[in-house]
Ligand binder design. Structure first.
Ligand SMILES: *Cc1c(COP(=O)(O)O)cnc(C)c1O
Length: 406
């Protein structure tokens, strides 16, 4: 058995890049006495630098990735009962804002190998009522954006990119979050960079930018000649302390991504020949930035499939999550029972029956993906020793399960 070594965790200092730079920035924010972003400079600098790093005209900070998705949808301003095509494998924070904005999430199936929605799976669920397409670049692996954007442009449907797991990932050399109409990012504890909680919204569209800014600010027209609260909106502002941490983190993002990509490539090279263990499938046109590293376990070759593989790895003190999410998003109670506002079921009460038909046979890719996936935590502080340990553990576990020895 391979030697046991401690693995860094993104839940504490061992696996995060929080250091003197963040401490100094927070101290400066506190000493300034200005903790609101409406008057302070940290959040403004974060927004400017994030927009510049992505090459987009606008970036806005907000309180979470969930808030970022809510801002994107609110900016598009769907009619109640309009549909937003999205993915069955994602974080709930990418989905509940759709309901809060009065729209119906319509789930597209995913490719069973990349775990992402495709132009074909999206097209299959488009309708007269589709008001937006909301894609998640799952685990840091970009969706097939050229095909998705072509479909969306043909139909005149805006595209929102959920990039919470995909900082600095690229499609045809271009950064995700700059490709669709709006990009959404999260600064939650476990993402590439963190301020504990926080979010960022990006766009090149000046009108959408105006609405995003207003939605974050109770729709109060700051700076206008006759400001008012123009429409229904919340306070989603990031505060200056959070902004200070996020600004310091942003300076470290490139190195974080570089390290994650380097060690992921090293692991792939080491386990490429292991029978029954599929590597992350990345298109030649894309750069994956490895929020997580997913193995694709062939249960025809390896007895017990992904759950047995996860249990096997645990014997080497290697953590993994068979399935990432326990079940497809549409099987969660909020969707299954339509638990929303009081007993109204709104906005589900407005939905076309087909839009909320979650029959499993409509989602073959999703169920195959969740059956085979094994998610390994990934981290910018992995060293050669961690990759060695992972490679050896994976190799030995595969050999044992291939021999039918559980
Ligand atoms: C984390 C995450 C979110 C939600 O972000 P929070 O900051 O936790 O609200 C949304 N979408 C995806 C894909 C995520 O990974």
């Amino acid at each position: 058995m391979a030697p046991r070594i401690p693995f860094p965790s993104d839940q504490d200092a061992t696996g995060r890049t929080l250091g003197d730079e963040e401490i100094a920035a927070v101290a400066e924010a506190l000493k300034s006495g200005t903790l609101t972003s409406t008057k302070g400079s940290f959040v403004k600098r974060l927004e400017a630098q994030f927009a510049e790093s992505l090459g987009v005209r606008h970036a806005f900070a907000c309180t979470s990735g969930t808030a970022a998705v809510h801002c994107a949808l609110a900016a598009l301003d769907p009619e109640p009962g309009d549909e937003v095509v999205t993915t069955s494998i994602t974080d709930m924070g990418a989905l509940t804002p759709i309901l809060y904005q009065g729209a119906i999430p319509v789930f597209a199936d995913v490719d069973p190998r990349t775990y992402n929605v495709t132009a074909e799976s999206i097209e299959a669920v488009l309708s007269e009522r589709t008001r937006a397409i909301l894609v998640t670049h799952l685990f840091g692996n970009p969706c097939d954006m050229p095909a998705i954007l072509q479909l969306a442009r043909q139909r005149g449907i805006p595209v929102i990119e959920d990039c919470a797991q995909a900082y600095l990932a690229r499609s045809e050399g271009r950064l995700v979050g700059s490709l669709g109409d709006v990009g959404c990012f999260s600064l939650q504890q476990g993402k590439h960079i963190t301020s504990g909680e926080g979010g960022l919204v990006t766009t090149n569209d000046d009108d959408l930018a105006r609405r995003i800014f207003l939605f974050i600010n109770k729709a109060w027209g700051y700076g206008d000649a006759k400001p008012d609260h123009y429409f229904l909106a919340l306070n989603y502002r990031m505060n200056e302390i959070t902004g200070a941490v996020a600004l310091a983190q942003l300076a470290k993002l490139e190195e974080v991504v570089r390290n994650r990509v380097r060690t992921a490539a090293a692991l792939s090279e080491r386990i490429a020949d292991v029978p029954g263990v599929g590597l992350p499938q990345v298109s030649d046109a894309c750069d994956h930035t490895f929020w997580k590293y997913c193995l694709h376990i062939d249960d025809a070759l390896l007895a017990g499939g992904s759950p047995a593989f996860g249990a096997g790895l645990r014997e080497y003190d290697v953590a993994s999550a068979p399935r990432y999410i326990q079940k497809p998003a549409f099987q969660c109670e909020v969707f299954r029972e339509q638990r929303t506002f009081g007993t109204s079921r709104y906005p589900f009460s407005l939905a076309r029956p087909e839009a909320v038909d979650y029959a499993p046979e409509r989602f073959p890719g999703t169920f195959e993906a969740l059956r085979r996936i094994l998610v390994l935590p990934w981290n910018e502080h992995y060293a050669e020793a961690h990759v060695d340990h992972l490679a050896q553990s994976i190799r030995e576990t595969a050999a044992r399960l291939a021999a039918g020895d559980e």
